[in-house]
Design a protein around this ligand. Structure first.
Ligand code: ZN
Length: 427
């Protein structure tokens, strides 16, 4: 069916500062004036959105789809299904695959695979350095030509500041934003959990907050030096929030994103050695959580995302310090953020939350998405902000189950995901 009308929803479109009850129409995959659909002779699909929020399709800018190379953890197809089930119409995938996404050939492979199999838009990033080794720049110009939306070495971090300077300068020349996983290898060493009370008590190697803050500071200096945007991925530490806030106040082109686990959990959760609480950067102290919440409230941290990092059960079911970092997040992030940020802590309202998932990522990555303007792609997410539900990992669309949120009761959920006018997931 090529015409759809979504009736009587609360249409929230932060890109147009629009928030009122009304109808939204999609014709041939694009948002149109409702009058155009009313005059259609062919069948029109009617969706009743009474009591629901009608939002631009949500964008998650930090997702590991694991293909090519690790399809036992996730595939582009299963990851896209998980995204749709979480309310996402566009996802940005990280380059730490095998081979890594450091060449146009791999980018083209990912794009073709996504075009064939993914039910949501998949936007690849390219690596900053060849083989993510931090020694030699990848061919950023040809990655830009191949259609990456940003460069990042996520999972790794370029340690050589001079190489990173050249990456930021070159990225500016080819018009690509730089995303960075902030981790100083010398400070972090073999750390697996936040360095603090619980790491000491449990005898696990500590990952100090300074290991993140040092690279956040480096990125601020380089953003200033090169006059180009650097975005800090998965900010976890209070000091990082303070540094980003001060730099933004001075006009530096720096930003930061927040993952649900860094506001919903603290390092206290690691005491039973459950590897579903092991992620990078690690769960931190309550003071860090409080600082991140304040950073979201005052706009210092402007983007919400999952860092969806699937791993197979046999990989996670090992000793804590041997287990891989990361958890799945696509199917729980919206619920956790609405529950914690809007309902529980009242740090932002639902319109700002939608803005942090649409306008803000679209602006950072210069995407033609995240809006309900006439002529935009018919990507829409229907959200029930008050729906109470329980997370059940066995119901996940993702190929992996490594979530610490199994059994959590949340309030707020996407109930329908529409990509290019087509419903790709429905509760
Ligand atoms: Zn990372």
């Amino acid at each position: 069916m090529s015409a759809t009308i979504i009736r009587n929803g609360r249409v929230i479109d932060p890109s147009n500062k629009h928030d009122e009850i009304g109808d939204l129409a999609i014709l041939h995959g694009k948002i149109v004036q409702t009058s155009e659909v009313r005059h259609q002779k062919s069948d029109v699909e009617e969706i009743d959105a009474k009591g629901l929020i009608v939002a631009p399709g949500l964008i998650d800018i930090h997702v590991h789809l694991r293909e090519p190379g690790f399809s036992h953890k996730e595939t582009i197809e299963s990851g896209a299904r998980a995204a749709a089930a979480g309310g996402f119409t566009s996802i940005v995938c990280m380059p730490n695959t095998s081979p890594p996404a450091d060449s146009p050939a791999t980018i083209t492979w990912i794009k073709n695979r996504a075009a064939d199999l993914a039910c949501v838009n998949v936007l690849p990033t390219g690596a900053i350095s060849k083989n993510l080794a931090g020694e030699e720049l990848a061919s950023l110009g040809s990655l830009a030509q191949a259609g990456v939306v940003a460069i990042t070495d996520d999972g790794h971090c370029v340690q050589n500041h001079e190489l990173m300077r050249r990456a930021v300068e070159y990225a500016r020349m080819v018009g690509l934003p730089v995303l960075d996983h902030c981790q100083d290898y010398n400070l972090v060493g073999n750390g697996v959990v936040h360095e603090g009370y619980w790491s000491t008590l449990l005898g696990l190697p500590g990952w100090p907050a300074a290991g993140e803050e040092a690279i956040v500071m480096r990125n601020i200096l380089l953003a200033e030096l090169c006059d180009h945007h650097v975005h800090c991925q998965h900010v976890s530490a209070a000091g990082s929030v303070r540094l980003i806030r001060e730099a933004r106040a001075r006009g530096v082109k720096i930003s930061g994103e927040v993952c649900p686990h860094h506001i919903a959990l603290t390092d206290e959760a690691i005491q039973n050695f459950d590897t579903n609480y092991k992620m990078n950067p690690p769960l931190r102290a309550q003071t860090d959580v409080d600082a991140i919440l304040e950073g979201v409230a005052d706009g210092t941290l402007s983007i919400l995302c999952s860092d969806h990092a699937p791993h197979a059960g046999f990989e996670k079911e090992v000793e804590f310090d041997q287990a891989p970092f990361g958890i799945v997040g696509l199917e729980t992030e919206l619920g956790i953020f609405i529950d914690q940020l809007v309902h529980k802590h009242r740090k932002i309202d639902i319109a700002r939350l939608i803005e942090m998932y649409t306008v803000e990522p679209a602006k950072l990555l210069k995407l033609n998405a995240g809006t309900l303007s006439v002529g935009a792609a018919g990507d829409v997410t229907l959200i029930d902000p008050n729906l109470e539900w329980t997370v059940k990992i066995d119901n996940f669309q993702s190929a992996s189950r490594n979530s610490p949120f199994d059994g959590w009761k949340l309030k707020g959920r996407a109930i329908r995901t529409i990509v290019g006018g087509k419903t790709v997931w429905k509760l």
